[in-house]
Design a protein. Structure first.
Length: 193
């Protein structure tokens, strides 16, 4: 599979709802591997298919392979544990919320506080096509919720309080402008095919 390109803020593909995966097959497994490679290359901890321009309900997550250093930089722990979730669905969430600063590969250079349920129960398919349900908390629960938002066309900045989002509006506008300026030539060449 060709190297995947991370779509950035302003790309309309990030605002569309993804379709459920109908068949777990070799093509989907190749896509999941390629998404994992893209996530690791860009030093992320999660990636949803819409972030690479594909509207399937598929996410990959690995919250263990990097750790944040004191200056905000990430360093690799050396342990990779790629988790793949097909058609993930939160079936329960705790009443207790936690606030944490989130970032996103599709919104580079922007971080913000987001409240999310502390614990969730997740129903999903594996890459073998088997149904699973598991409870999770902490960083894994947060990351899963963040990636499922992508499947529904929601970005973490949409979940920030209005005043905090207003503070980053300039950065978001620059990202959108840069994305749309870069997307225009690609759109023209694609239309010519």
């Amino acid at each position: 599979m060709a190297k995947l390109r991370i779509r950035t803020y302003g790309d309309p593909v990030l605002r569309q709802k993804s379709a459920p995966v109908r068949t777990v097959d070799a093509e989907l497994r190749r896509l999941a591997r390629a998404m994992g490679e893209a996530m690791y290359e860009h030093r992320g901890v999660g990636l949803a298919a819409p972030q690479v321009g594909i509207h399937k309900r598929l996410i990959v997550v690995d919250v263990e392979w990097v750790k944040k250093e004191g200056d905000g930089e990430k360093s690799e722990t050396g342990k990779r544990n790629l988790r793949v979730y097909v058609n993930p669905e939160v079936t329960w969430e705790s009443a207790e919320d936690d606030s944490m600063s989130e970032g996103c590969l599709s919104v580079p250079g922007v971080e913000g506080e987001v409240y999310r349920p502390r614990k969730i129960r997740l129903k999903h398919l594996s890459l073998a096509g088997l149904s699973h349900e598991e409870e999770m908390d902490g960083m894994l629960a947060r990351c899963i919720q963040h990636e499922i938002d992508h499947l529904d066309g929601v970005l973490f900045v949409d979940r920030m309080p209005f005043l905090k989002r207003a503070r980053i509006a300039g950065a978001l506008n620059r990202l959108k402008k840069d994305t749309l300026a870069g997307a225009a030539p690609a759109a023209k060449s694609a239309a010519a095919l």
